[in-house]
Design a protein around this ligand. Structure first.
Ligand SMILES: Cc1ncc(COP(=O)(O)O)c(C=O)c1O
Length: 344
């Protein structure tokens, strides 16, 4: 057979549905309901096509320097990927031997398990609600999503730091949703004493640029250098570099849209609780909520029939809840009125 066993046996990752119709209320993939900064539109409009004739900057110098400045670190401590998903793939190659394990919270971002399977190593999950992380000794990469997905739960940087200090492998704090949270771990990643902790961010959520495919990470120079060594030569295209840079520089716009999403999250959480739903406090741009009366799987299907897309993850840890992305206030109002009609 020409296909490796690991690939042939792989249970591929299933991304959230991307419906064709624009008229659906799409609350299933944690995208931002607001457009990217108007500066991104300007960059695209003015983009010099001649730049596409040539290869892009392989080490994304301008973008990297801006990320470094924003986070109070040096360019040598910054890596940029074709989405943060690419950084995860590279980390699984750079930091894990064939007989070592990849671990994460459980439940968490389900791609981690798939990445381990692609890499043909074992994945192990440590219960997300447990007081301590419990993983085998030969774990060499721990992917700590904070705020967590799909739960929205948040762990203090202090706790993550204490874990990293005791851990021999590499900790990647996946902060895809951190801009919606009160605190983050960036200061741990930029600390002089840090030897094994990387913080990863994305432009897909708070910057409204999921379609652009740009993510970045900050960490110790030797770990960052390892990622550069194994990446594709031109992993971030010229347009993506320019648009991401423009988005990053428009700090005021970013802060404004993040605040809108957070405000809507808080009011939507309160409304769901009034309906009798169980809604744990979320620090992300989604809530992971248990309906008051209807089973989550049935409600998921009923909403879909009404052109409202949310996310349902079957299974013992997640199957009694729906993950609902925070949209605009009018989208949430529409959803709430349907939930009331369905007596969910
Ligand atoms: C926890 C987490 N990490 C990473 C990603 C991937 O982000 P990107 O679009 O940058 O690849 C997602 C996307 O949903 C996510 O939920």
């Amino acid at each position: 057979m020409r296909i490796t066993k690991a690939t042939a046996n792989l249970e591929a990752y299933t991304p959230g549905e991307q419906p064709k119709s624009k008229s659906v209320v799409k609350l299933n993939t944690n995208e931002n309901p607001y457009p990217p900064s108007p500066r991104c539109a300007k960059v695209l409009k003015d983009f010099d096509l001649d730049k596409l004739r040539r290869y892009p900057d392989p080490v994304f110098t301008a973008l990297r320097e801006e990320i470094a400045a924003l986070n109070g670190t040096k360019a040598e401590n910054v890596f940029v990927g074709n989405g943060s998903d690419e950084i995860l793939t590279l980390a699984a190659r750079a930091f894990v031997e064939n007989d070592e394990l990849i671990a994460s919270l459980n439940p968490s971002y389900s791609l981690y398990k798939t990445l381990a399977a692609i890499r043909d190593v074992k994945w192990v999950g440590s219960p997300a609600d447990a007081a301590e992380i419990d993983i085998p000794k030969n774990t060499s990469l721990f992917l700590w999503t904070n705020p967590n997905a799909p739960t929205g739960g948040f762990v203090s940087p202090k706790k993550i730091s204490a874990f990293a200090k005791k851990f021999d492998g590499v900790v990647i704090v996946d902060e895809a949703y951190a801009d919606f949270a009160k605190m983050n771990c960036m200061a741990l990643a930029t600390a002089v004493k840090n030897r094994n902790l990387i913080v990863m961010r994305t432009f897909s959520k708070s910057y409204s640029l999921a379609g652009l495919r740009v993510g970045y990470c900050v960490g110790p120079a030797d770990l960052i250098e390892a990622l550069y060594k194994i990446k594709d030569s031109y992993n971030v295209d010229a347009i993506a570099q320019a648009v991401a840079l423009a988005a990053l520089k428009d700090r005021a716009y970013h802060a404004k849209t993040v605040k809108r999403v957070v405000d809507t999250r808080e009011s939507f959480t309160a409304e769901l609780r009034t309906l009798g739903w169980d809604v744990p406090q979320s620090e992300a741009n989604f809530v992971f909520a248990r309906p008051a009366k209807m089973p989550a799987s049935e409600l998921f299907a009923a909403l879909r029939e009404r052109n409202i897309y949310v996310r349902y993850f079957p299974g013992p840890l997640t199957g009694d809840r729906l993950r609902i992305t925070i949209g605009t206030p009018s989208e949430m109002k529409k959803l709430l009125s349907v939930l009331k009609k369905l007596k969910a």
